[in-house]
Design a protein around this ligand. Structure first.
Ligand code: SF4
Length: 389
């Protein structure tokens, strides 16, 4: 039997704990169960029943075990415990701000960009992340496309040569039946004009047991393949999660991480740095840091843009550039992602640019005209400025 580190709802043998099917079968499905396991008596009374029908609870025992009991503001607890605020839709928030339903040419396909398409084969997830931008799909336990619908989605890609890149996402696509998942990825791989194939899954975070040998064999067989995952906090990078990531990387599958910047979970530079360092050490690149989308029922997670920029600014000079995720806003209406970079340019005086150094110590001058001197010298008849001494 395993010794609980944190809140573990039931004892499990090591074999059970390591079995992703056991984890899925034993998910906690009510707010009462989760609140009791987290030792937060009275929490469930504040959460309205209608809200729980729209946005049901689901947590794997593994992911729950990462939370510290008795702390409602624990970063894991905040991601799995339904909150009364989920019933409040703030101005501008909608169930589908990225207009995915409107941008779906055939069931299960979303096309926002001319060259890319999403295939969403299922809305099922083992763990329901309360900040999820697709939480509108949770009611009723999630649905999966049938084989005929999956083939139709592939046919849409095959008959649209402009699509070079397909992201299979969800819900969690790794919860599609193994045969259907194999069929989907194998058929996509056969599309001659498809240059990039990606799979997005939060399984390494909430169910790392899912990255088993059978799955790795399938993913290996459809390479080149990119794997995107979604770690939000350093505490999620457990030995089991690290092992899942290592096995993906060792299988020749590049792994990138997309974090959502969540109030009260990871909205400090120190937390982002700790996560980025842990991921880089495993060969996983921190890719995007998303400003939360204006999704109804997630307003309590939203972080103002200025704060988000400060969080990223605080990472510069403390980790290699490729360890700093790109802060992005996914524009409402499916209008695409845009990056927001912190600026270190403090002022300019003609060609003199004054920058703030991420290492501190005051402003640093960069002379823009220095770059133009070479141009001037290279033109016949134009005298260049003297060489610096
Ligand atoms: S795993 Fe992803 S799709 Fe599923 S609930 Fe969490 S954020 Fe949403």
């Amino acid at each position: 039997m395993r010794t609980p580190r944190g809140a573990r709802p039931r004892r499990a043998t090591s074999a059970e704990w390591s079995d992703w099917r056991w984890q899925v079968r034993n998910r906690l499905r009510t707010v009462e169960e989760v609140a009791a396991a987290l030792r937060l008596p009275g929490w469930a009374q504040n959460v309205e029943r209608g809200l729980l029908r729209r946005f049901p609870v689901a947590v794997t025992p593994y992911y729950l075990s990462l939370a510290r009991p008795g702390k409602a503001n624990d970063p894991i607890a905040r991601q799995i415990l339904p909150a009364a605020e989920e019933g409040v839709a703030l101005a501008g928030e909608t169930p589908d701000p990225l207009a995915e339903d409107a941008l779906s040419p055939v069931p299960g396909v979303v096309r926002r960009y001319p060259d890319r398409a999403l295939i969403v084969p299922t809305s099922f997830c083992a763990t329901h992340c309360r900040h999820c931008f697709r939480k509108r799909g949770w009611a009723g336990g999630g649905v999966a496309l049938k084989k005929s619908e999956l083939l139709r989605a592939v046919e849409f890609v095959r008959s649209t040569p402009a699509i070079r890149d397909v992201l299979v996402t969800g819900g969690d696509p790794l919860h599609l039946g193994p045969r259907l998942l194999a069929m989907l990825l194998t058929e996509l791989r056969k599309v001659p004009h498809l240059e990039v194939l990606r799979v997005a899954s939060r399984a390494p975070v909430t169910l790392p047991q899912r990255i088993d040998e059978e799955l790795l064999a399938l993913l290996r067989a459809v390479r080149p393949l990119w794997f995107l995952t979604h770690f939000n906090h350093r505490v999620e990078v457990t030995p089991l999660a690290a092992s899942a990531l290592r096995r993906l990387v060792d299988a020749g599958i590049p792994v990138q991480n997309q974090t959502v910047l969540l109030k009260g979970v990871n909205d400090t530079s120190a937390k982002q740095l700790a996560l980025a360092r842990a991921l880089l050490a495993l060969g996983v690149r921190p890719y995007y840091l998303h400003l939360p989308d204006p999704v109804a029922g997630t307003g309590h997670f939203r972080v103002p843009l200025d704060r988000a920029v400060d969080v990223v600014r605080g990472m510069f000079g403390k980790i290699a550039g490729f360890g700093i995720p790109r802060l992005v806003v996914d524009l409402p209406g499916g209008k695409g992602k845009v990056p927001v970079m912190p600026s270190f340019l403090r002022r300019r005086d003609g060609d003199d640019l004054w920058f703030e150094s991420p290492l501190g110590g005051g402003e640093v001058l960069y002379r823009e005209r220095a770059a133009n001197r070479g141009d001037a010298r290279s033109r016949p008849g134009v005298a260049g400025p003297p060489e610096p001494g």
